[in-house]
Design a binder for this molecule. Sequence first.
Ligand SMILES: C[S@@+](CC[C@H](N)C(=O)[O-])C[C@H]1O[C@@H](n2cnc3c(N)ncnc32)[C@H](O)[C@@H]1O
Length: 294
Amino acid sequence: MTAVTRVMDLLQEGTSCLVAAGVDSPRFDAACLLALALPVEHNQIPLMLHDPVSADQRDRFQQYLQRRCQREPLQYITGKVDFFGRLFACDRRAMVPRPETELLVEAVTTYCQHHCPHAAIADIGTGAGVIAISLATMLPAAPIYATDISDEALKLTAENARLHSAPNRIELLCGPYLDPLAKMGVLAEVEVIVTNPPYVATNLFDDLQPEVRDFEPRPALDGGHQGLDFYAHFLPQCRQLPRLRLLATEIGIGQAGAVTRLVSEHLNPTEIEVCPDLAGISRVVLAYLDQTHT
Ligand SMILES: C[S@@+](CC[C@H](N)C(=O)[O-])C[C@H]1O[C@@H](n2cnc3c(N)ncnc32)[C@H](O)[C@@H]1O
């Protein structure tokens, strides 16, 4: 007689496999994959440890586990990611949104709520759309543009916008930098630019974790020499925005000095603020402008 397989057996087996594969949070990930296979909410797993699992559930779990052992990001396997208190669809069409990017959303939201709740905002390089959609829900009066060079990423953004009932609030535009805004004739309207550009230096790319290096779209991450190539085209274009009052950009570790210098040279802001993330790393640059920089 074969012994019954229980939830706790798979949890144990999965955790051991993920430890051997070098995954950072093996027990948490094993529990998430198990929840996906059963399927139940993740927080139900501790209450189900003695429950039996069926052959189908076990097969599904093994398939998910194999993918995670190959270091595919957990969020691509589960198909969802938590961002700013909301669940978004997530897959290989776009980079996995990171928790530190919530700081960017928080900073822009706070500024706009206090100073310009009706101001048009453009999210350049929107990826899965989490920044644009979070801003749309927090700033109901603001027209929002979301751009990306990737058509595939924009399809995912559209799905997420529908998921959060924001499709009519966000204009999705394909193209590099501010080109799509110029083509649409709205450069004179935009007052706030928010961006989380590709900022990994090319020479550091091979040292990234396999989850990032082997699975996430390279154009979303590779920022060229010193990770700052984006700014060479982007900042001169920002000078074409006559009403620009806030530029908010996420930066990589050690880039605060270079980015604040570049922004100062190109836009002559009245004030620049650098905000640390929860780990104390300078993560967001906020440049405030008056209307006389052009
Ligand atoms: C670091 S990801 C950020 C994605 C998303 N905003 C987030 O925070 O999760 C950068 C995004 O910018 C896009 N991108 C790269 N170069 C671009 C450019 N020159 N113009 C517009 N988008 C660009 C990439 O396709 C990718 O989706």
